[in-house]
Design a protein around this ligand. Structure first.
Ligand code: GAP
Length: 479
């Protein structure tokens, strides 16, 4: 079973490279561990995800505004947020092979998720000994004492090296929103409740990155900080959990049965949170966190008020009262959602042979929702010359104005369909002699039409060239 699971991830990684979705980072220099580069189709897929999120969570809502804050912030931000003091994982070294591990991960492998919640380092050390935890690499059972390893990357700012110039790369986009709360209040003047959404890179020096793009040291986040009146946060917390789940299932087409909402136990909750849950997905390697939704109280704004001495209050004119707003935060990783969409879409389908003397065939297909798919349609002329080619190129140029479409005239039509199936292209548009109304046995009624083949059902229908743009718009938007 474990091998099958690993193979499923391996097959996906291999497809991603073969088809230009995701490449191992710095490959021509022997790579850089756990870094990945998004190729032509991967970056298109990523862009679609970010555009869909931005539209759903920011622009189509009257109560959420956008922000694009810096990656480099004054280090006092991270002092106030608690990241300097607390954003660390318990690190242990295997004394035999010197490999480093997260102590909580080693214990969770054996005892289950959340088993180290609320435990201090001394208790974690005892658990490692009592449960005879083995080094996953060399099988020795001899580890160093756990020690805190801060996950923030450091760098130097300016031309002069040395103390005083050190800055952190942000480990989350959220704090950029909190430190701009006053700017937004004073200059844009939204009324509470309202949210601020942001998409951007975050960096964490993870001890054990892995599982392809699931956990990396450089990744992108899409976060909303939703500011509300104290006392209303439970209602908004409930609202955002449902809103996020609905988006995944209804708009992105993620398989409902592979999603679950896991409420954090009291021991797991951060001291400032009065409710946190994870939307988890059944990845090929098991259930894992996709999306964190946290009710963060007024912790962050209060911390920044204390550290900066700048008031972070909201004046509610209707009620004639001042307060520091409470915050509900849905926080999602772009790369992690991309992995979910890839894993959810991936299928090796058996195609039953209609001729009993011939064996069944298989095809690899990415069943992306059309709105997510990197390539929306492929234009495939049946022959690569003359009027058929000319018409196919005209259609391609026309559709390019609105959609990311491809033109392909190489190889047999069957092989071209298979390539597009592997890219997850929902529609293949074939231009043939009927389209141009020339040649033997053409059906004059089909002149000016093309064949559109739907990826999942492989059903074909004739569509008039003049209706193609509208047809695609309608079908890409379908739920
Ligand atoms: N502001 C809250 C926050 O950052 P988090 O649970 O640490 O919360 C939120 O992260 C989301 O960001 C996760 O649910 C996951 O989707 C993504 N994420 C976190 N660490 C990641 C990593 N190392 N690699 C890829 N995605 C990551």
């Amino acid at each position: 079973m474990a091998k099958k699971v690993q193979d499923a991830l391996k097959d996906l990684v291999s497809l991603c490279k073969r088809r230009g979705f995701i490449f191992p980072g710095s490959e021509i220099y022997d790579g850089l561990a756990n870094t990945w580069d998004y190729g032509p189709y991967g970056c298109e897929l990523k862009r679609n995800i970010k555009d869909l999120w931005w539209k759903k969570f920011v622009t189509s809502r009257s109560d959420v505004l956008g922000l694009d804050s810096s990656i480099l912030l004054n280090p006092k931000v991270w002092q106030a947020s608690g990241h300097v003091g607390n954003f660390s994982d318990p690190l242990v070294d295997c004394k035999s092979c010197r490999e480093r591990f997260r102590a909580d991960h080693l214990l969770e492998e054996k005892l289950g998720e959340g088993c180290t919640m609320g435990k201090n380092f001394k208790e974690i050390a005892e658990m490692i000994v009592e449960n005879e935890i083995e080094c996953p690499k060399c099988k020795a059972k001899d580890f160093t004492e756990p020690r805190a390893f801060n996950l923030m990357f450091k760098t130097e700012m300016g031309a002069v090296e040395g103390a005083g110039n050190m800055v952190y790369l942000r480990p989350e986009t959220a704090q950029g929103i909190f430190i701009n709360f006053k700017n937004i209040m004073d200059n844009v003047r939204p009324k509470i409740p309202f949210g601020v959404g942001q998409i951007g890179k975050s960096f964490r020096n993870e001890i054990t990155p892995g599982n392809f793009i699931f956990r990396t040291r450089e990744f992108e986040q899409m976060e909303v900080e939703f500011f509300c009146e104290p006392g209303t946060e439970a209602e908004w917390y409930k609202y955002w959990k449902q809103f996020c789940m609905d988006w995944l299932v209804d708009d992105l087409g993620v398989t409902k049965e592979k999603l679950r909402l896991r409420e954090h136990t009291a021991e797991e909750l951060s001291h400032y949170s009065n409710g946190t849950s994870d939307i988890e997905y059944a990845f090929p390697f098991g259930w894992g966190e996709l999306w964190g939704i946290a009710s963060r109280t007024d912790y962050d704004l209060t911390q920044h008020q204390n550290e900066s001495k700048v008031k972070q209050e909201y004046f509610d004119a209707a009620q004639n009262k001042r307060y520091i707003p409470y915050v509900v935060e849905p926080s999602l990783g772009v790369d992690r959602l991309l992995l979910v969409l890839l894993a959810d879409a991936y299928e090796v389908e058996t195609l039953k042979s209609e001729d009993p003397s011939k064996p069944d065939d298989t095809r690899v297909v990415l069943r992306f929702h059309p709105a997510v798919a990197p390539v929306k349609a492929a234009i495939l002329p049946l022959v690569k010359k003359g009027k058929v080619k000319e018409e196919a190129q005209n259609i391609y140029k026309k559709l390019l104005n609105h959609f990311y479409v491809e033109y392909d005239e190489t190889q047999s039509i069957g092989k071209r369909y298979r390539r597009q199936d592997e890219l997850g292209t929902p529609y293949c548009i074939t231009v043939d002699f009927d389209t141009i109304g020339e040649g033997d046995d053409v059906n004059p009624e089909l002149k000016g039409t093309v064949t559109v083949r739907e990826r999942d059902s492989m059903k074909q229908e004739r569509v008039a060239i003049e209706d193609l743009e509208l047809w695609l718009f309608k079908n890409i938007a379908r739920s």
